[in-house]
Design a protein around this ligand. Structure first.
Ligand SMILES: [Zn+2]
Length: 152
């Protein structure tokens, strides 16, 4: 059972009214964030129409990287390393999902949500590897590895 807000695939919460709005169909231009569709009553459309909706982290309120414990950071890194090694987010998610062990809310996420969170807070393996550097990456990773061995 999930405890966080569920947003249907193809929808995002509006940044103004917070209602889940269907994303606009792609017009072929590549944008990082897809805007939500026009919504609200005729003659009084929501000003959030045609703007990018809330991100996963924004609408769930889950901790960002800065607010995570070192142990949970390591847990996220273990998963990202698997994605990198297997060259597949989907394969890593299905076979070596992110397992948080510190923060209670993070530890209570479903496996899919935890994987999504790990990607959202880091921007993926290359981005976080570049930001942390090898030594810090390894230090955090080893924390999670030790915890992982203790429970399995
Ligand atoms: Zn709105």
């Amino acid at each position: 059972m999930s405890t966080i807000r569920q947003v249907e695939l193809g929808y995002a919460p509006c940044t103004v009214c917070d209602q889940d709005v269907r994303l606009r169909l792609s017009d072929g231009t590549r944008t990082r964030r897809v805007p939500v569709g026009v919504h609200g009553p005729r003659g009084d459309r929501c000003p959030g129409s045609r703007k990018p909706g809330k991100t996963f982290l924004e609408y769930t309120g889950l901790p960002t990287w800065d607010r995570m414990s070192d142990l949970d950071k390591g847990c996220a890194l273990m998963f990202l390393w698997k994605c990198h090694w297997e060259r597949s987010y989907a394969y890593a998610r299905d076979n070596y999902p992110c397992t948080y062990r510190g923060d209670q809310i993070l530890a209570g996420l479903t496996r899919l949500e935890a994987c999504r969170h790990a990607m959202a807070v880091t921007g993926g393996y290359r981005a976080i590897d570049r930001m942390l550097g090898n030594d810090e990456f390894k230090r955090l990773y080893d924390l999670a590895l030790t915890a992982d061995r203790a429970v399995s």
